[in-house]
Design a protein around this ligand. Structure first.
Ligand code: FMN
Length: 402
């Protein structure tokens, strides 16, 4: 909730990219912002005001001379107390109007009257964007300290590729947070998280795996992202949606997970290894499906120990391991912490009703390098995620890492 308490005016103008403003609004609301949407008349041809109204839970403003507006002068009243006016998408038209002091509708008048920072996220086809007048208007506004986020170069609504694509909502939010001086407590950190199970093939249709759903790892990824970290999520097969704004690397086997972790180890400052990696794999994978029979002998061999490899090769990274146990929880977790040289271990007894695989809650005990033990009650996995990150940050701030 990095934008809690921030009052944001979201201006939406007449571009195909107006649909992206719907996602942007959702993300702003998720981050706790108080958003008022102002649409140009043409913007309402692209997305119905009702969509923004329902998501923002507020009226959407468009006209300046609506008789129902009451006693306030709308373009001044809406601006008051705003932390920022964000126009996304910003058409060539609104940019031109702002650069030339034209105030002929509600949004353009609000922009002229604005006393708060203004951020424009242009969106247009490359022919429009490269027009010298549009470029002159952008330069002029930049000189007046108006901020621009994007546009990106990429596939445009016309089907062409070029500059003019509106920045993605998460990139706009990151820009906005920087502009408003908001830094999460994990800002500047890259958190690498492993999640989910791995699958080790027996034959083309069968595999050895675990019951891990990935919920714990995904919750940590989401929490770390909203606290300002860059997040790399290395995930085994899980039927969960990748959280917004996160770099996800999909893997299947323990070997692939090890490679992915090693490839990104040097990019990360914190590693949180929640994946329930299969400890064994069949010594040989049958090329064709093994036929049904009375019994088969399956020789299993050890898979690579990802935590051990990480701790051998790591530099200053802070490494958190997970121990899923069904007995002697604390003894086993302490042993794992010591053998693998972890900075912290999260132990959970997966046999308890409110803990472990596939659940939305967890019951965990945190053990640090110094042997300090903290026990926690049953909590939603999202709260467990934040609690783990609180502990990591507090250790890092005390200089414990490495
Ligand atoms: C289908 C369609 C898509 C358009 N997309 C854009 C666009 O992406 N960027 C832009 O600057 N203008 C675009 N336009 C043109 C604007 O809608 C037009 O310039 C309008 O006057 C902008 O008004 P406004 O800035 O008040 O919303 C588009 C027009 C149409 C019909």
């Amino acid at each position: 909730m990095t934008l809690a308490g921030k009052k944001i005016i979201l201006g939406v103008t007449g571009s195909i990219a107006a649909y992206k403003a719907v996602f942007l609004l959702r993300r702003l609301i998720e981050e706790g912002a108080d958003v008022t949407v102002v649409m140009t008349r043409y913007a309402t041809n692209f997305v119905a005001p009702l969509t923004f109204q329902v998501l923002s839970k507020k009226p959407v403003y468009s006209g300046m001379f609506d008789p129902d507006q009451g006693k306030d002068i709308i373009h001044l009243y809406l601006n008051r107390g705003a932390d920022v006016i964000l126009v996304a998408p910003a058409t060539a038209n609104i940019i031109g109007k702002m650069a030339n002091g034209i105030a002929d509708d509600l949004l353009s008048t609000m922009l002229i009257a604005a006393r708060c920072p203004v951020i424009l996220a242009p969106a247009m086809d490359y022919e429009m964007y490269e027009n010298p007048v549009v470029q002159k208007n952008i330069s002029y506004l930049r000189n007046l300290k108006i901020d621009f986020v994007g546009p990106e170069t990429g596939l445009l609504a016309s089907g062409d590729t070029g500059p003019g694509r509106m920045s993605e909502p998460d990139d706009i939010i990151t820009f906005l947070e920087d502009k408003l001086g908001i830094k999460g407590d994990l800002s500047g950190h890259t958190v690498l998280i492993t999640a989910g199970p791995t699958r080790e093939a027996i034959d083309p249709v069968r595999y050895i795996s675990s019951r891990s759903s990935g919920k714990m790892g995904y919750a940590i990824a989401e929490a770390a992202k909203s606290r300002g970290a860059k997040v790399i999520l290395i995930t085994g097969p899980a039927s969960l949606t990748i959280p917004q704004g996160i770099e996800a690397i999909n893997v299947i086997t323990a070997e692939e997970m090890l490679d992915a972790v090693m490839n990104r180890l040097s990019d990360s400052t914190v590693l949180i290894m929640t994946a329930a990696v299969s400890d064994f794999r069949p010594a040989e994978k049958a090329i064709s499906k093994i036929k049904k029979g009375e019994a088969i002998n399956l020789k299993l061999i050890k898979t690579p120990d990802i935590l051990e490899e990480v701790c051998k090769k790591k530099g200053n990274q802070f490494v958190v391991g997970f121990a899923a146990e069904t007995e002697d929880l604390i003894t086993n977790a302490k042993e794992k912490l010591r053998i693998k040289h972890l900075d912290m271990i999260v132990a959970n007894n997966v046999s308890l009703p409110g803990a472990g695989f596939e659940k939305d809650t967890n019951i965990v005990t945190l053990i640090d390098k110094e042997g300090k033990i903290k026990e926690y009650p049953e909590m939603p996995k999202s709260d467990v995620a934040d609690m783990i990150l609180d502990n990591v940050i507090s250790k890092i701030n005390k200089g414990y890492n490495g």
